[in-house]
Design a protein around this ligand. Structure first.
Ligand SMILES: Cc1cc2nc3c(=O)[nH]c(=O)nc-3n(C[C@H](O)[C@H](O)[C@H](O)COP(=O)(O)OP(=O)(O)OC[C@H]3O[C@@H](n4cnc5c(N)ncnc54)[C@H](O)[C@@H]3O)c2cc1C
Length: 186
């Protein structure tokens, strides 16, 4: 199938496949995303409008490849967006790995005293963008979309310095990860 979710193996291209059946990303939110993309592609084709199936185009389910968010609803929660260290190793992708202890954040202790958690950010050193984030800890599911935006937006690390997290929040982990990464490269 192609990124418009059209099953190209079927003659005349009338068949589309979204959600688990296509085995791209087996989660409810990702299946709904595919349905939005496929629906827009079908409508464009039916009305003779141009189809933008380039990477990140309106009719390409590009996020399935590099920016899938997922939550494991355990206690505490474990969440990730994009690449994990395991997947990077499996595919031979070279990434810089930055770790931070969430317990060190004032915002975490404010959230719940004795807070325990971990954060990991994966950076592609060339071009210097965030390609994966993993958080484990109480309440981190609500942090996940910030990571999804960074990964889907291919936000350069240099620009992330200007995304200022409010004090005292667990989101300050973003700043601590950047500081840790900077110090790793000194
Ligand atoms: C235990 C569990 C927990 C999950 N938790 C999450 C979660 O927290 N968040 C998340 O994003 N995703 C979660 N998922 C994944 C999510 O449920 C799936 O990605 C999503 O439901 C896929 O939607 P779907 O429409 O492809 O398939 P389904 O929701 O499975 O729907 C397929 C439907 O087709 C029917 N069907 C099958 N064969 C036929 C047939 N021959 N004729 C007619 N009907 C048929 C089935 O009965 C079913 O109703 C979880 C999955 C499991 C198993």
């Amino acid at each position: 199938m192609d990124d418009t979710c059209r099953v190209i193996e079927v003659a005349e291209g009338w068949l589309y496949a979204v959600r688990d059946v296509n085995h791209r990303a087996l989660m409810t939110h990702q299946g709904k995303y595919q349905a939005r993309i496929a629906g827009a592609a079908i409508a464009a084709r039916a009305s003779g409008k141009p189809v933008d199936d380039t990477r990140w185009g309106a009719h390409a389910a590009s996020a399935d490849h590099t920016a899938v968010p997922q939550v494991v609803f355990t206690v505490p929660e474990a969440v990730s967006a994009g690449l994990t260290t395991h997947e990077a190793a499996r595919t031979g992708r070279r990434v810089d790995v930055v770790d931070y202890d969430l317990a060190r954040l004032a915002g975490a202790q404010q959230y719940t005293p004795g807070y325990k958690g971990r954060a990991r950010m994966l950076i592609d050193p060339d071009p210097g963008t965030v390609v994966g984030v993993t958080f484990v800890g109480p309440g981190v599911a609500e942090l996940l979309h910030s990571a999804t935006i960074a990964v889907a937006g291919e936000v350069p690390v240099e620009r992330l310095w200007h995304a200022v997290p409010a004090f005292p929040t667990i989101s300050e982990v973003w700043l601590r990860l950047l500081e840790t990464y900077r110090d790793m490269n000194r």
